[in-house]
Design a protein around this ligand. Structure first.
Ligand code: SF4
Ligand code: SF4
Length: 457
């Protein structure tokens, strides 16, 4: 007999795909997941239409390297904050997977949410339950089949268009996107093609590839075995109570009546009774299915349940569910949260950097014998009002040539302005002269920036 870990449930012995016709089951977790999923869908669809502090709630302007989240704009220059947020998200993945398993996969991943709560319901509504869908797929192309398949794809394409257009609103902004939508496609080729490409990806993913993404492609599933341990909470079958399987009328058998309903409702087509598997997305559909069977038989629910592997395999109910590892992840998470909070509270709306371009000549000799250095002053004004910026030097014998002094920078903008520093060669020592430039704005920002002037010698 082949071990279940050596085969993929959705591929037959000849390597051909076995299509999963998962049944829909009513139950406590199904209702909770539906609430969570429709809340997330509504959140995703409505965010671009919400305005906070006069800005679109979430706007990701990649070309401008400007990212707005809930009324606050962040720039690519917020490197410390960006690093902390990325570290926070990474550790969150470790922490939550170690504590509550793949809750992301079953409850919040866009793949699951859109497939199970948008595209599959449309399919069920038009083509019917698993047996009817199987019959329809195996039947020849009759008028009825063409009509049903056509209608399903039409509705799915309309949903894909709404989801894809919303995705673009996060990147282009809702108002520019709306203007693009009411003008002909040839005036806005890029967003038009991007919408089509996103719709194509959705058609492929939700119409055909489906659970294959979770079972053979998603890297998170591959990490599952190292992120989870025996004390992680997950969906599992209780072999102590369930085995040996047998009909309800038989004596000396466990509670599992081998009805197979838990397998028929599984969106990835697996049998949870074989133990923890990377194909399991912890959607809890098999819990609802088995609970409904136990209820009919008058037996306690929970033969399949959310529990830790340690408790399920030992039958011991009082085992701890928090390991040392999760305590360490939790402490790191707390430390990073404090660091993010501190960085946000002390974040100055003004930031100025002085750089030399890689292609710039280090210095120029002027006709009057003096030397000139060309540098770039990058000014970020992340504040809500326009500000005036000034630059001074710690030496009187330098001439600073700046387009305007003070220099106005509008709110929410990042400008790079050229600065020429002219000086006599007498101040150089070995071709170098360290100086300090003091940058300030009219709102109290003040910073000393050290740099070295370059010249001959
Ligand atoms: S649904 Fe429950 S009783 Fe039926 S096969 Fe699955 S585990 Fe056994
Ligand atoms: S085994 Fe159960 S929890 Fe896991 S994917 Fe299948 S139905 Fe969902």
């Amino acid at each position: 007999m082949t071990d279940h870990r050596e085969v993929l449930y959705t591929i037959d012995t000849k390597g051909k795909r076995k299509w999963v016709y998962a049944a829909w089951v009513k139950g406590k977790y199904g209702v909770q997941r539906a609430f969570a999923a429709y809340f997330l869908i509504l959140f995703y669809l409505s965010l671009p239409w919400i305005t906070i502090n006069g800005k679109q709630a979430v706007l990701l302007q990649i070309a401008e390297r400007k990212f707005t989240f809930f009324g606050t704009t962040f720039w690519a220059t917020d490197t410390l904050l960006l690093a902390l947020v990325l570290a926070f998200l990474g550790i969150c993945l470790f922490f939550f997977t170690a504590v509550i398993g793949r809750v992301w996969c079953g409850w919040a991943c866009p793949e699951t949410v859109f497939l199970e709560f948008v595209f599959r319901p449309i399919e069920r509504l038009i083509e019917g339950g698993p047996a009817q869908r199987l019959r329809l797929d195996q039947s020849p192309w009759t008028k009825e089949k063409i009509l049903k398949k056509g209608l399903k794809h039409l509705f799915c394409a309309a949903m894909a268009w709404i989801l894809a257009s919303t995705a673009l609103a996060y990147f282009y902004g809702r108002d520019p996107l709306f203007e693009m939508m009411v003008s002909p496609p040839w005036e806005n080729w890029q967003p038009f093609l991007m919408t089509l490409a996103l719709m194509g990806v959705m058609a492929f993913q939700f119409g055909w590839f489906r659970e294959q993404f979770c079972t053979i492609l998603c890297p998170y599933a591959r990490f599952q075995s190292v992120l989870m341990d025996h004390h992680s909470l997950g969906v599992g079958y209780d072999p102590v109570r369930g085995e040996p399987r047998g009909k309800a009328s038989k004596k000396d058998v466990g509670d599992c009546v081998d009805c197979g309903l838990c397998v028929r409702v599984c969106p990835t087509g697996i049998d949870i009774r074989n133990g923890s598997q990377l194909e399991c997305i912890h959607c809890a559909a098999c819990i609802d299915a088995c609970d409904s069977v136990m209820e009919k038989l008058g037996r306690p629910k929970g033969l399949i349940r959310y529990d830790t592997e340690a408790r399920l395999l030992s039958g011991e109910k009082n085992l701890k569910s928090v390991s040392v590892r999760t305590a360490i992840y939790g402490s790191i998470l707390l430390a990073i949260s404090i660091a993010i909070g501190y960085t946000l509270m002390t974040r100055n709306p003004s930031e100025v950097k002085i750089t030399r371009g890689a292609s710039d000549v280090p210095f120029t000799e002027l006709p009057d014998g003096r030397i000139s250095n060309h540098v770039h002053v990058r000014i970020s004004n992340r504040g809500e009002e326009s500000r005036l910026y000034s630059i001074k030097s710690d030496r009187d014998d330098l001439q600073l040539i700046f387009p305007a002094m003070p220099y106005p920078v509008p709110e929410d903008s990042l400008l790079t302005v050229p600065l020429f520093i002219q000086f006599s060669r007498g101040i150089l020592d070995g071709g170098r002269a360290p100086i300090v430039l003091t940058v300030s704005d009219d709102a109290g920002y003040h910073e000393d920036i050290k740099m070295v002037l370059l010249g001959p010698g």
